[in-house]
Design a protein. Structure first.
Length: 440
């Protein structure tokens, strides 16, 4: 096993966290239903199946969004989803114009055994940062690979990022098989994907690989490579990706992804619940880089998940929380909503990091003290400074090193020992690590 595989396996055994969440196109539409926004009552959210967060990752134009649309259409035919076509998933005008997905899109569907929250992640290199969030929220992933191309740069980067943020299980969908006539080409794609998965610490030899055409499934053509393969894919996801154990016993914490206002109602924050359980009319704190430097106290007056009203929000949910007496400008992405007195904002941490090699997508050269990269902790995106605990200004860190350093963020962030973070520079991940101690 490679150095990075060992390091990422170590990281994957620690508590999971979010890193960065992009602003989606229409947050009110995504999180709070029009009925709730208009003071009506939304449909109740039913918890009658285990809930799992999955998503599609992979290179640009390999068919991730088409596959997502095909899954919703096929599951809708069984009464297990609402069909969303390609245009509904790619909502932003610039997405449709360029034919790529920029922000992550959240979709809901079910199988006979489970309820899924599905994230369709962007594959374009310019928006790779936005993909980090999608992977951080996943319990498992479907990596989409075009049979005509095989693995490509974003295939590899998405798998690396998924491993860094703790995704344990991957299912492979080899798409566009109708464009390949030579069966040996498909065998080569499978062989390369199994080797690639193994190189990043996944179970390459055992990982399910499904061959099909998402477009055929979407257009009801060639069921042998269309809808039948969607069925096979969903069965693989049901069986290969385990039902996660949610951290329900710890105090509630949700990283703030988006903030918006509903006229006449108040301010809504949305994000994925990291731990705990929250009921309506419960006191909470907003923790992070507040204007006063202190947590903001408020009460949650309404909760929604997938445009459905909920009495509670629990670990693993993607929820919208309506807050009492809070102005939109008081809250920013990167803060957290937490149970009172359960977490604090800090800006100086002792960290343990693995520095990626150039072959792993990292830097070609090392760096020294006072290195100033971008740091991603939960949904926070902060400028940071790295130095050595002993104050050594001459020491250098080289790609491939495991190193202990002091991280100072320019603004306080809600982070604790065991929290995972990524360091990026120039559009690439250069290091990944864990916070080991808060430095007072």
């Amino acid at each position: 096993m490679s150095t990075i595989s060992r390091s990422l396996n170590l990281l994957a055994r620690t508590s999971r966290s979010s890193l960065l969440r992009p602003t989606t196109v229409n947050p009110v539409h995504h999180v709070f239903s029009n009925k709730v926004a208009g003071r009506g009552l939304a449909t109740a959210f039913e918890r009658n199946k285990p809930h799992v967060n999955i998503g599609t990752i992979g290179h640009v134009d390999h068919g991730k969004t088409t596959l997502t649309a095909a899954i919703t259409k096929h599951q809708a035919s069984k009464g297990l989803a609402n069909f969303l076509d390609y245009a509904s998933i790619d909502k932003a005008p610039e997405e449709r114009k360029r034919g790529i997905t920029i922000s992550t899109a959240h979709i809901e569907f079910a199988t006979e055994d489970r309820h899924y929250a599905h994230v369709d992640c962007p594959g374009h290199a310019d928006y790779i940062k936005n993909m980090i969030t999608g992977a951080a929220n996943m319990d498992g992933a479907i990596v989409v690979v075009a049979a005509s191309d095989g693995q490509m740069p974003q295939t590899r980067e998405h798998l690396l990022l998924a491993r860094q943020v703790g995704v344990q299980k991957i299912v492979v969908f080899v798409n566009k098989v109708d464009a390949v006539e030579d069966p040996e080409m498909l065998e080569l794609v499978e062989l390369e994907m199994r080797e690639l998965l193994s190189s990043y610490g996944f179970e390459g030899e055992e990982t399910p690989i499904v061959f099909g055409s998402a477009l055929c499934a979407l257009e009801d053509r060639r069921p042998d490579i269309g809808t039948e393969q969607i069925d096979k894919l969903m069965k693989a996801v049901d069986t290969w990706i385990p039902t996660p154990e949610r951290d329900m016993d710890k105090p509630f914490l949700m990283s703030v992804e988006e903030v918006f206002s509903i006229p006449g109602r108040g301010t809504v924050v949305s994000g994925r619940v990291e731990r705990g359980l929250l009921k309506k009319d419960t006191e909470v704190e907003i923790v992070g880089a507040t204007d006063s430097g202190n947590p903001i106290k408020t009460k949650v007056t309404d909760i929604e998940t997938f445009k459905k009203s909920c009495d509670e929000s629990r670990a693993g949910d993607n929820s919208g929380l309506l807050l009492r007496g809070i102005r939109r400008e008081d809250i920013r992405r990167g803060m957290v909503v937490a149970a009172p007195n359960s977490t604090k904002a800090n800006n100086k941490f002792l960290v343990s990091m693995y520095v990626l090699t150039e072959a792993e997508g990292g830097r070609r050269t090392g760096f020294g003290a006072n290195y100033r990269p971008q740091v991603y902790i939960r949904t926070a995106d902060e400028a940071g400074d790295l130095s050595f605990p002993d104050g050594d200004m001459a020491r250098r860190v080289q790609p491939g090193d495991n190193v202990e350093m002091v991280l100072k963020t320019h603004h306080p962030v809600a982070a604790e020992p065991g929290q995972r973070f990524n360091i990026r520079e120039g559009g690439r991940t250069v290091a990944t690590g864990l916070i080991t101690r808060v430095v007072e």
